[in-house]
Design a protein around this ligand. Structure first.
Ligand code: UDP
Length: 377
């Protein structure tokens, strides 16, 4: 197929890079714009000069998926090495294993239950009067009961989301499993790993194509869209429409970086469940690359708060108010025939990396097949 007219891709994160690559391979000239001075969006990684540790600059990103095509895709640009996300949490002065598993249950209740006994015991704790949990709190009370909820979820969630778990949808907690065995792998997925040389190197390889030009530190103005055959926009949806229906709410994160001579906490992620501790978690980045050895250490103490206009948006809030605003923006977006809104910010959804890549691949394919259908024979 011969392409005529350049394609603009706004954002050099996963969505933009994957779409740009597919279109470039199909023969299109692709220009990718990003306001930041680096590629890879929020999964940007950078080696710390002093210690050599690969730092997840915008907080931890762990790749996990059931999607074989996506797994093969990322591995074709960067070798992924084995990494299992094993998270610990500190609650009321003790360290426990997450997600809630048989070890957590036995330690917390001072028992030595076997799986069936633990299941029956937790079922006794559960609030069975809740038949269809709608809120985060109801979901927790229904599945783990009051004590585990208060020890591990209530305070953490208040800190993370800045509101009561009674205001959040049950879906937020559904991301986390409860296990009646000693499996402490945070994720269920068939494939899990870390890119050997970081996500930024992976994205660099995705973007390495003669038909792709990347313009960093460059704001893409909506009016520039007319110079392109099509625009794939992975920037903030509300920003594209000049916040016409107000700003969509996000949580942002602050990272207080510190270094340590040695091993600070012995694991990559330590959550802090109590509200008396202001931060939600500490990440120790060298443990994200367990195959590397570093004497020094780089850690982030992480705190969540309301996202202001100048802050980096992390978690879409998606409560009732935001959902109404979102519906207005989506209706406006549908009127833009030559713009496709993609990714976490472009669609205002909390997306894992594998889903982002899957959607980007599908979006590029759909665009190319529509183009092929409309091309004169
Ligand atoms: N959560 C919690 N305690 C924890 C970890 C998570 O209460 O120790 C809650 C919190 O509300 C969080 C949700 O479970 O937003 C989903 O957890 P996940 O680890 O998936 O968080 P994310 O990857 O979104 O940061």
């Amino acid at each position: 197929m011969r392409a005529n007219g350049k394609i603009a891709v706004v954002g050099a994160g996963l969505s933009g890079a994957v779409i740009g690559r597919d279109l470039a391979q199909a023969g299109h000239q692709v220009e990718i714009f990003d306001t930041r001075d680096h590629i890879a969006g929020n999964c940007h990684t950078q080696r710390d000069q002093a210690t050599g540790v690969m730092v997840h600059v915008y907080g931890p990103h762990i790749f996990h998926t059931d999607d074989t095509e996506v797994w093969n895709y990322v591995n074709s640009f960067q070798r992924f090495l084995p990494y299992k996300n094993r998270v610990k949490t500190t609650s009321n002065g003790q360290v426990y294993s997450l997600p809630v598993n048989l070890h957590t249950i036995n330690q917390f209740f001072g028992k030595n239950f076997r799986p069936d006994e633990a299941r029956a015991f937790i079922e006794e704790q559960a609030d069975k009067s809740i038949s269809e949990p709608k809120t985060f709190e109801e979901q927790a009370l229904r599945f783990v009961g009051q004590d585990l909820y208060e020890a591990f979820f209530k305070g953490y969630t208040q800190k993370q989301w800045g509101c009561s778990p009674t205001e959040l949808p049950a879906s937020v907690l559904k991301r986390l499993p409860v296990r009646f065995n000693y499996d402490d792998n945070y994720f269920f997925h068939k494939y899990q790993g870390m890119p050997e040389n970081g996500y930024t190197r992976m994205v660099e390889h995705i973007l390495d194509h003669p038909n792709i030009t990347v313009k960093l530190g460059t704001h893409f103005d909506r009016a520039e869209g007319k110079d392109f055959r099509h625009v794939f926009y992975s920037g903030p949806l509300d920003g594209y429409f000049n916040y016409e229906f107000g700003r969509l709410g996000y949580r942002t994160l602050d990272f207080e970086r510190f270094t340590y001579d040695g091993d600070y906490q012995g694991c990559a992620v330590m959550n802090y469940a109590d509200v008396s501790v202001p931060y939600t978690r500490i990440t120790e980045h060298k443990h994200f690359s367990p195959w590397e050895e570093h004497a020094g250490s780089v850690c982030y103490r992480e705190t969540a708060r309301v996202c202001g206009p100048e802050d980096i948006a992390y978690y879409p809030i998606r409560l009732v108010k935001e959902k109404e605003q979102l519906a207005d923006y989506v209706a406006r977006a549908e009127q833009e025939a030559s713009v496709t809104f993609v990714g976490r910010l472009g669609t205002y959804r909390y997306l894992d990396m594998d889903v982002t890549i899957r959607e980007a691949l599908d979006t590029a394919r759909l665009y190319l097949s529509r183009l092929a259908e409309s091309a004169p024979m």
